[in-house]
Write a protein that binds this ligand. Structure first.
Ligand code: HC1
Ligand code: SF4
Length: 569
C-alpha cells in the first residue's frame, strides 16, 4: 500500500494503482479524453497530465503507476497550462459548432473547455472540412468532430474484434478512418454502435430519427404505435436524473403517451413469442438431428457479423426474427386486422438500446407486404430521452401507467432478454419444461448469468445432459464460431449478444455505460423478473391466446410467414 500525497493530501492506495485511479478513489478529479474505464490505456491525448514534485517533465496520470512517497500536483500551473494548450489545439482542429452537434451539453470536450475556462482560443482554426459518412441507417461518422482519442478504434478492435476503424496519416493530417476511407456501409461494420457509445464528442453517433417520428406523430392520417425493448426500462432513468439501474417502466409508458403515441406496447410480449418459436425450433432440431449448435438470432449486430464474416454459419442461426421484428410483423397484420386499420396507415416505432436495430428494421426481409417496413422507425434510449426533454416532460413526477393490451401480460423470462444470458435462460425455462413434461425444480440458471465473456452450463433434459453457451461481444462470439468450424463445439444451443453485457450495454444506451453500469442495469432486470407473476414464456396466456385465435400453432404456416426469416450476404 504505497503512501503518497495528491494536492498535499496524504493518501494510501493499493499497489499498482495509476495516479488517475488513486485520485479517483480519493474524489480528486483529473480530466481525461482518451481514457475510458473498460478500454486500453492509450495516454494519447495527454489531457490527464500532472506534475510530480521533483520531476522535470509532466506525466500522464492514466498510465503512471504510483510509488511510495510520491507528491503529485494535479492542478499545478504547469499541468493546467499544458492541459489548456492541448485543449485549445484540439479545438483548433475541431468543428466546434456546438449547437448543431448531437453531443451539445453532453460533450466531454465541451465540458473540459468549460472547466478550463477556455472562452476564446489562442490558436486559429486549421480544420479542413471532410465529408460526413451517413451511408447507412444506423451510424453517422463526422470526421470534422473527431478528436483522434482512439476510443472507437480500441472498442471496435479489442471488444468487437473487428477493426473497422484505424488511424491514417501523421501530424495534422492524421485521421481516424476506415480502410481506404470507405463508407461504413462498404466495410465489415456491424452497426453495433459501441464506437458511438464511447466517443467523447459528436464524431460518431446514431442516425437521428426523432424528426421522422415527430412528423408521424403529427400526421393525422397515421396511427402511431410504439414498442419498448426490455433494456430501456432499466436505463432511460439515467438520462433523466435517476440513478443507475432505476426501473422506470410505468413512467416510461406515461411519457410515451404524452409524446403522442396512440398505443404503447411491450417488446417483452414478442420476446415471449420468440421463446415459443425458437424453443420449438431447437426441440425440432434436437429431435430430427438437424444442424446444431443453434445460435440465437435476435441481436442484429451479431446477424450482421455472421452475414459479413461467416456466411457459412447461416444454417446454425435460428430462423426466428427478433422480438422487434416479430412485433412489427404482427402490428402490420394481426393488429391491423383487429383494429381495422390499413397496414399502410399504421406507423410502428421501436425504442431500442441498439443502433443496429435501425438497420434491422430497414432490411428488405422485414416486411410482411414486401414493400413497407414492418417497423417504420427505431429510436435509441438517447433519442427517446431527447424527445422527452424537447416536450418539457417532468419525467419524475409522471403517474405510472400500464402497457396497452395484450402486451400488459409478459413474463419475467422476456424481461431478462435485455441481459447477457437472458435469452438462453428464458429458452431453457421453456424448452426443458416442454421436453421433460413437468415443472422445473428451479427456473433460475445462475451459470448463464453475469458479465463473463463466455459462460457455459450443462442442463439435463430427459436424463441426458446437453451443454449450452452464452457469449457477449463479437470477439467472444468469434471464439465459439471457430469451435463450430473446427467441429469441436460441445454445445447444443448458443446465445450471442454483440454488446458488452447484452442489450443493457447497447450502442444506443445513455452515455457513460461501463462494465459497472451494466452490472447495475442487469441487477434491475433480474429484479423485474422476480417481481413478475409469470416467469416462463409458455405460461403467458396472452401469447397462447394469440396462437389460438390467429397464428395457429408454433411453427404453423402463418407463424413461419410472419415470425421467421432467412439470411443472405
Ligand atoms: Fe434487445 Fe431483443 S433483448 S435484442 O437485446 O431480443 O435491442 O432490450 O429489444 O428485438 O426483446 C435490443 C433489448 C431487444 C429484440 C427483445
Ligand atoms: Fe466497429 Fe461497431 Fe463502430 Fe461498426 S458500429 S465501427 S463494428 S464499433
Amino acid at each position: 500500500m504505497p503512501n503518497l500525497k495528491i494536492n498535499n493530501v496524504n493518501i494510501s492506495v493499493s499497489e499498482g494503482s495509476t495516479i488517475l485511479n488513486a485520485a479517483k478513489q480519493n474524489n480528486i478529479n483529473i480530466p481525461t479524453l482518451c481514457y475510458y474505464p473498460d478500454l486500453n490505456i492509450k495516454s494519447d491525448c495527454r489531457i490527464c497530465v500532472v506534475e510530480i514534485v521533483g520531476q522535470k517533465g509532466l506525466v500522464t496520470s492514466c498510465s503512471t503507476v504510483v510509488k511510495e512517497g510520491m507528491q503529485i500536483l494535479t492542478n499545478s500551473p504547469r499541468a493546467l497550462n499544458a492541459r489548456k494548450t492541448i485543449t485549445e489545439l484540439i479545438l483548433a482542429n475541431h468543428d466546434a459548432n456546438c449547437t448543431s452537434c448531437v453531443r451539445n451539453m453532453k460533450c466531454e470536450l465541451q465540458k473540459l473547455a468549460n472547466t478550463l475556462g477556455i472562452d476564446h482560443n489562442r490558436f486559429p482554426s486549421v480544420l479542413e472540412k471532410l465529408p460526413i459518412d451517413d451511408s447507412n441507417p444506423s451510424i453517422v461518422r463526422d470526421p470534422n468532430r473527431c478528436i483522434k482519442c482512439g476510443r472507437c478504434i480500441d472498442v471496435c478492435k479489442t471488444v468487437q474484434g473487428i477493426s473497422v476503424l484505424d488511424t491514417m496519416g501523421r501530424g495534422h493530417d492524421m485521421q481516424v478512418t476506415t480502410a481506404y476511407h470507405k463508407l461504413l456501409s462498404d466495410v465489415v461494420c456491424t452497426y453495433c454502435g459501441q464506437c458511438a457509445a464511447v466517443c467523447p464528442v459528436g464524431a460518431i453517433h446514431e442516425k437521428d430519427d426523432t424528426d421522422r417520428v415527430w412528423s408521424a406523430i403529427h400526421d393525422t392520417n397515421k396511427h402511431v404505435i410504439v414498442q419498448v425493448a426490455p433494456a430501456i426500462r432499466v436505463s432511460l432513468g439515467e438520462e433523466l436524473n435517476l440513478s443507475f439501474g432505476s426501473i422506470v417502466t410505468g413512467k416510461l409508458i406515461a411519457a410515451l403517451k404524452m409524446l403522442g403515441f396512440t398505443k404503447v406496447f411491450d417488446t417483452n410480449f414478442t420476446a415471449d413469442l420468440t421463446i415459443i418459436e425458437e424453443g420449438h425450433e431447437l426441440i425440432d432440431r434436437i429431435k430430427k438431428g438437424d444442424t446444431l449448435p443453434m445460435f440465437t438470432s435476435c441481436c442484429p449486430g451479431w446477424i450482421n457479423y455472421v452475414e459479413q464474416k461467416h456466411p457459412d454459419m447461416f444454417k446454425h442461426l435460428s430462423t426466428c426474427k427478433s422480438p422487434q421484428q416479430m412485433f412489427g410483423a404482427l402490428a402490420k397484420s394481426y393488429y391491423s386486422q383487429r383494429e381495422n386499420i390499413k397496414p399502410e396507415d399504421i406507423y410502428v416505432v421501436s425504442i431500442m438500446p441498439c443502433t443496429a436495430k435501425k438497420y434491422e428494421a430497414q432490411r428488405t426481409e422485414m416486411s410482411v407486404n414486401g414493400i413497407d417496413p414492418d417497423v417504420d422507425a427505431v429510436l435509441t434510449t438517447r433519442e427517446l430521452a431527447k424527445m422527452i426533454k424537447q416536450m418539457g416532460i417532468d419525467f419524475n413526477s409522471l403517474r405510472e401507467m400500464r402497457f396497452d393490451k395484450p402486451d400488459e401480460v409478459t413474463s419475467g423470462a422476456a424481461a431478462i432478454f435485455g441481459a447477457t444470458g437472458g435469452v438462453m435462460e428464458a429458452a431453457l425455462r421453456t424448452v426443458i419444461e416442454i421436453l421433460d413434461e413437468k415443472p422445473l425444480d428451479s427456473i433460475e440458471f445462475d451459470k448463464v448469468r453475469g458479465m463473463g465473456g463466455i459462460k457455459e452450463a450443462g442442463v439435463t433434459i430427459k436424463g441426458e445432459t446437453i451443454k449450452v453457451a452464452v457469449a457477449q461481444t463479437l470477439s467472444n462470439a468469434e471464439i465459439l464460431i471457430q469451435q463450430v468450424k473446427a467441429g469441436t463445439s460441445p454445445y447444443t444451443f448458443i446465445e450471442i449478444m454483440a454488446c458488452p453485457g447484452g442489450c443493457v450495454g447497447g450502442g444506443g444506451q445513455p452515455y457513460g455505460t461501463t462494465h459497472q453500469v451494466s452490472i447495475e442495469r442487469i441487477h434491475a432486470i433480474y429484479q423485474v423478473d422476480r417481481l413478475t407473476s409469470i416467469r416462463k414464456s409458455h405460461d403467458n396466456a396472452a401469447v397462447s391466446n394469440l396462437y389460438e385465435h390467429y397464428l395457429g400453432a408454433p411453427h404453423s404456416e402463418k407463424a413461419h410467414h410472419l415470425l421467421h426469416t432467412h439470411y443472405t450476404n
